[in-house]
Every structure is written in structure tokens, then in C-alpha cells.
Design a protein around this ligand. Structure first.
Ligand code: PEP
Length: 252
């Protein structure tokens, strides 16, 4: 039985006082009942405070990105060791905004995925097609190549710490959601692709999250699909009531 995950990607939102306030509200509302794993991913500067505030709670903290080198002349970047030193051992990699606005390529993401594995960090790895890919009927091909290029050089044991997030780019922040059927179809495809490469057992144990305009009103239906193991939530994770409602929808 795969335990569901609800992860909030705060993106470039919330100053330190705002982040503290949101975490306080979450701490007072969220009760996972051990039925769902809950992560929040604030910006780098707010991570130490987030770790401190959540330390005795069920809410775990993830970073939104990291560099693939250990240290060096990479102005503006943050390493795995820096994250681990402040108690963060989870990271979102390959988000479509990183791919689109910061030119992250499959090659870079492969290095990041290997670094996450080497440093024993949970890698919440994002894949997803653009609108034109879907319109051209290339969505399966695109997602398959994202997986192959970035992850398939990893050994089987790496997948104990990998969560895949399927995020169709056309559904991120647009208010447009993949239908539950479209989500299920792609999640099943991702699981089959993993099974072909690594075997059925491994594929059946990897959690695959859906991301793209998940809201309290649509979460339950999406999460009820057999291959959907929770969600990566952007906009709706910035409000404690809506994030908590999505967490509630993931309990079953
Ligand atoms: C995201 O950026 O990971 C995301 C899913 O955003 P939103 O929920 O706002 O579409």
C-alpha cells in the first residue's frame, strides 16, 4: 500500500514573517493521522525557520531546487550538503518552471538526481508535457524521455527515495486541470515505464504525484485514481485552509 503524499510548492512566495504565519496556521490545522505524508517547500531563505517550526510535527520540509556540485564557483546556487546541514533532506527537482525559465536540461537533472541519491535525499522529480506536446499526441513520448534521460541511469535502490510528480505544464497555475482520467492514464504509463526498466515490484512501490491546479474541490476525485498517490500543490498550498482541505482529501 503506497502512502499518499501531499506536498506544497511555495515557489517564490512568502517573506519570512508570512512563512512563519502560514506554518503556524498549518500546525494548528493539519492532522495527518498517519494516513498521509505532508511536505512543504518554502524558498531557501525560509528553510531554517521552517525546519525549526515544524520539528515536532508531521509536516516535513523540502527545498525547491539544488545544484549538482558539492561546492565551488556557482554564484547563487545551493548544494545538497548545505541543505542537509540545516536539516532538509528532500528536494523538488526538474520543476517545469526550472526547466522553462532557468534552462534546466535533462542532462543537468540527471546530475542532480545522482547527487540526491549520493546524498540520500528524497528526490521529488517532476515530469510533464507542454500543451503543444499533448496537442501533437507526443505526451507519452515526452514524459518517457524525461524519465529515461534523468533517472534511468540510477540503480534500483535509488528509487526508495524517489517520488515522481507528473505535472502537465498546461495545467500548472492555469486553473486548468488534467481530468482524473488523463492523470490516471499518464500515471499508469509512468508506472509501466518504470516496470519495464526496473521490474514490477519497484514500479508498484514508487509514489507518483499529480500536480497542476489541484484545489480542494477537485483533489478527492484526482487522488482516488488507482495510480495517483497524492499531489504536488502550488497555488493552493499558500493558504492553510485550502492546503489542509487537500490533505484531508488524500486520507482514505
Ligand atoms: C506546481 O507548480 O507544482 C503546481 C502544481 O502549481 P499549481 O498547483 O499552482 O498549478
Amino acid at each position: 500500500m503506497r502512502k499518499k503524499i501531499v506536498a506544497g510548492n511555495w515557489k517564490m512566495n512568502k517573506t519570512l514573517p508570512e512563512a512563519k504565519q502560514l506554518i503556524q496556521e498549518l500546525l494548528s490545522k493539519v492532522n495527518t493521522e498517519n494516513k498521509v505524508e505532508v511536505y512543504i517547500a518554502p524558498s531557501f531563505v525560509n528553510l531554517p525557520e521552517a525546519v525549526e517550526q515544524t520539528k515536532n510535527s508531521d509536516i516535513k520540509v523540502a527545498a525547491q531546487n539544488m545544484h549538482f556540485e558539492d561546492s565551488g564557483a556557482y554564484t547563487g546556487e545551493v548544494s545538497a550538503d548545505m541543505l542537509k546541514a540545516i536539516g532538509v533532506d528532500k528536494v523538488i527537482l526538474g520543476h517545469s518552471e526550472r526547466r522553462a525559465y532557468f534552462n534546466e536540461t535533462d542532462e543537468m537533472l540527471q546530475k542532480k538526481a545522482h547527487k540526491a541519491y549520493e546524498k540520500q535525499m528524497m528526490n521529488i522529480f517532476c515530469v510533464g508535457e507542454k500543451l503543444e506536446d499533448r496537442q501533437a499526441g507526443k505526451h507519452f513520448e515526452v514524459v518517457k524521455s524525461q524519465l529515461e534521460n534523468a533517472l534511468f541511469s540510477l540503480p534500483m535502490q535509488a528509487y526508495k527515495n524517489i517520488v515522481i510528480a507528473y505535472e502537465p505544464v498546461w495545467a500548472i497555475g492555469t486553473g486548468e486541470t488534467a481530468s482524473p482520467e488523463q492523470a490516471q492514464e499518464m500515471h499508469k504509463f509512468i508506472r509501466e515505464t518504470l516496470a519495464k526498466k526496473y521490474g514490477r515490484d519497484l514500479a508498484d512501490n514508487v509514489r507518483i504525484l499529480y500536480g497542476g491546479s489541484v484545489k480542494p474541490g477537485n483533489a478527492k476525485e484526482i487522488f482516488s485514481q488507482p495510480d495517483v498517490d497524492g499531489g504536488l500543490i502550488g497555488g493552493a498550498s499558500l493558504d492553510a485552509d485550502s492546503f489542509n482541505a487537500i490533505i484531508e482529501a488524500a486520507k482514505n
